[in-house]
Design a protein around this ligand. Sequence first.
Ligand SMILES: Nc1ncnc2c1ncn2[C@@H]1O[C@H](COP(=O)(O)OP(=O)(O)O)[C@@H](O)[C@H]1O
Ligand SMILES: C[C@@](O)(CCOP(=O)(O)O)CC(=O)O
Ligand SMILES: [Mg+2]
Length: 384
Amino acid sequence: MEVRARAPGKIILAGEHAVVHGSTAVASSIGLFTSVSLRFPSPSDNDDTLTLHLTDVGLDFSWPVGRIKEVLPGSVNSIVSSPTTCSPETVKHIATLVEEHKIPEAKTGIASGVIAFLWLYTSIQGNKPATVTVSSKLPLGAGLGSSAAFCVSLSGALLALSDSAKVDSSQEGWIVFGEKEQQLANKWAFEGEKIIHGKPSGLDNTVSTFGNLIKFKSGALTCMKSNMTLKMLITNTKVGRNTKALVAGVSERKNRHPDAMTSVFTAVDSISNELASIIQSSSNNDLDKEQRVEELMEMNQGLLQCMGVSHASIEMVLRTTLKYKLTSKLTGAGGGGCVLTLLPALLSATVIGKVIEELEQCGFQCFIAEIGGNGLEICFDGQS
Ligand SMILES: Nc1ncnc2c1ncn2[C@@H]1O[C@H](COP(=O)(O)OP(=O)(O)O)[C@@H](O)[C@H]1O
Ligand SMILES: C[C@@](O)(CCOP(=O)(O)O)CC(=O)O
Ligand SMILES: [Mg+2]
């Protein structure tokens, strides 16, 4: 029995970090996906291992299911319909399973993803042998939500072959879960994100599960309908960073300066709300809307600098795009990673080409995001 699941990455138009502290954020799925295939062996395969292939980082992991049972004796008691948080003690136990495999020094960040995998797998499927293969079109650790796309696609595949999800496996092509299954996949993915991010807001897994353009605050999402063309250039500075450390850094700054940081988060909340209303406004004055969006992006970037999550490489992108009178802001956790630049509807292809050329000369990588589109999808037919 085999199933595949795919879940998109995202861009945050406004509100990253502040959303962790209760402010509103606006985000959209993008057309780059992480895919997971899950296959259970047939009895004749005589295979008693759980194998994980992480094709993007060229790492493979394999554990005899008996070894997993030894380390996690309670895992089969999990209730699939009520997602549970992996306790710090269990994280330590799972880490011993991960440490049995050599992860090269340059790839140690992957360990938290493997721990999240083992938590989600054992919680949803217990101790069954299986082969799981993950591949992604998203850059990892660059602010485009690869960790959430990983957890959502994984939860989707695991739930699709569990008794808790009601899905018609005879349907052909990519299918979307029903509302109940979507909610459940989102909740499990959030538990995985907790292992990778420490204190996630839930924004990334929510946009990856449900897709489209959303407004998000304190765990609640509102679907938005854009009434303007939003074309964004994404520049990957290729400076590696880790969301968990950046999120923790902002919390530490909040502890040191609670009043000032609370004001910063309140300002971001206003920016996100205003951005959401401009995007949804029925006014036909697109030029005015674009200019207001640009101003809000600039203000949000200034506040992200206040939070201490900008970086020299991000500032370089800001300066380069400003030469062409274009506005940019970091997206995701910052500290490197990706930067968004609004490409006005009337901007000529020649100018776009020149900006991209100049950014790529700095060693950055540019692409244009397809905004919105589907969230989590699953496929049983092995063809699509
Ligand atoms: N395709 C993948 N294969 C293996 N691990 C992944 C994959 N996608 C995400 N991860 C996990 O997520 C981590 C990156 O998450 P994070 O630092 O939040 O950055 P982002 O979510 O912006 O890409 C990786 O270090 C790894 O643990
Ligand atoms: C910084 C934050 O707002 C977004 C992090 O996104 P990413 O992992 O950098 O793609 C954290 C969160 O919302 O959980
Ligand atoms: Mg992440």
